[in-house]
Design a protein around this ligand. Structure first.
Ligand code: 5GP
Ligand code: ZN
Length: 112
């Protein structure tokens, strides 16, 4: 999508600090990190959120979690990490392209 920041990152039109890429998934460091390690994992296929995901996205969504697990080890997150996805305005979603936040490298307390 033309006006989507993350699609522009995928296209290389906006520079990013890429940590992982394959044919379906891109991962890059968040521009405003909330933890020492803060990486965004996105599908290269544009959909806004899980509500817009289609049945054929099942394998892609599952593989995103497997990739995060593998990359978390490479990023040195041996003490643990958190995966977050904000869905919609009330959850604070600011970019309308589905993404999973990988956060780690500091102690994180209860969610709420
Ligand atoms: P959300 O608030 O939608 O869950 O997360 C969007 C995230 O994207 C935010 O943490 C924000 O810092 C990050 N972000 C927004 N624009 C850019 C950008 O142009 N480059 C990078 N690397 N991260 C971005
Ligand atoms: Zn997009």
């Amino acid at each position: 999508m033309e006006d989507c920041i993350f699609c522009q990152i995928i296209a290389g039109e906006i520079p990013s600090d890429i940590v992982y890429e394959d044919e379906e998934i891109l991962a890059f460091r968040d521009i405003h990190p909330a933890a020492p390690v803060h990486v965004l994992f996105i599908p290269k296929k544009h959909f806004a959120n899980l509500g817009e995901a289609a049945p054929e996205d099942q394998a892609l969504l599952g593989r995103m979690l497997l990739v995060i697990g593998q990359e978390a080890v490479k990023l040195g997150l041996t003490e643990g990490y958190r995966i977050v996805s904000n869905f919609g305005v009330s959850a604070g979603q600011t970019v309308g392209h589905f993404h999973l936040h990988l956060l780690g490298g500091r102690y994180m307390g209860a969610l709420c």
